[in-house]
Ligand binder design. Sequence first.
Ligand SMILES: NC(=O)c1ccc[n+]([C@@H]2O[C@H](COP(=O)([O-])OP(=O)(O)OC[C@H]3O[C@@H](n4cnc5c(N)ncnc54)[C@H](O)[C@@H]3O)[C@@H](O)[C@H]2O)c1
Length: 328
Amino acid sequence: MKILVTGGLGFIGSNFIIHVIKNFKDFEIINLDAETHGSNHDNLKDIDDSDKYTFVKGNITNKKLVEDLISQSDCVVNFAAESHVDRSIADPNPFLVSNIRGVFTILEVLKNQKKRFIQISTDEIFGTIKEGSATELTRFNPSSPYAATKAAAELLINSYFITYGCDVVITRCTNNYGPHQFFEKLIPKTISLSRQNKQIPIYGNGKSIRDWIFVEDHCEAIMSVLENGNKGEAYNISASNEIDNLEIVKKILGILNKSEELIKFGQSRPGEDTRYSLDSTKIRRELKWTPKTDFDEGLRKTIQWYETNIEWSKDISDKVFSHTPWSD
Ligand SMILES: NC(=O)c1ccc[n+]([C@@H]2O[C@H](COP(=O)([O-])OP(=O)(O)OC[C@H]3O[C@@H](n4cnc5c(N)ncnc54)[C@H](O)[C@@H]3O)[C@@H](O)[C@H]2O)c1
């Protein structure tokens, strides 16, 4: 079985490739990545010379290249996307190109080559969930340009299932944390700034709630969807672990033995969703998947990874750590 992974140099994609190479001996991977934000070849240095792994530099909007690589593969798992809400507020255009046109390009190829396609989507398509948790049937209500492009991609994918019978399955996951996540995201940003005794910017009052999952648990869920998910369906993936941003920052400061005086409250992010929450009953019941990692244990593992891979953070621009990256 050969999987074409797109966006495999990034955070979740690289963890997924390592998970597959280490645990599934009959699988091979081709990784297509444009080497944009969040990508890092060091993420895959441990398996780089495996004969089951091939890297191709390129963009998912390049139809000829995508056509050629899909013809050499049995299925496609698409992680490639512009992924940071703050940057989508500053400039949505690259998000439309990668997250919508890129998916459209893959779908156009899959119209003729009928192979399984897994789209890695997000809980952000549902927007703020005031009460309860979003199920697979909850109405899309994206708030940021990033979330809107992910929702648009889902609609396009669904239309290729209905109109052309393409073998597509969508996974929607909550906020991931773990090794390899780029410093623009809350957890690695907080770890890096606390280590340097620098101020930690918190948007608004820090009370926005996110639903967190350890990246390894997400990778296991994707494999069970790839192998056993039903064509044309979507699966929510969540560890039911809701925590507000301020509490996470305080936990990290506590583990690193740093003062809470480093916390600096700032402006709210425009369009900020105040709570995400996903109901993942369907994947747990139908595919027998369950998350394994407790949040405190996963957070400790993550901090330990960043502490022992300090060289990974070299050459990061100050803008990444800014209080208002969407307006700088
Ligand atoms: N990080 C999360 O918490 C989270 C949660 C749910 C869903 N997701 C989704 O998972 C996927 C991966 O997220 P991540 O956090 O690993 O992102 P990331 O930014 O760390 O990695 C994205 C990767 O995609 C590549 N890429 C971007 N545009 C490309 C293009 N047009 N062609 C080829 N490669 C391209 C980048 O170079 C990078 O290596 C995204 O689709 C995201 O929407 C992320």
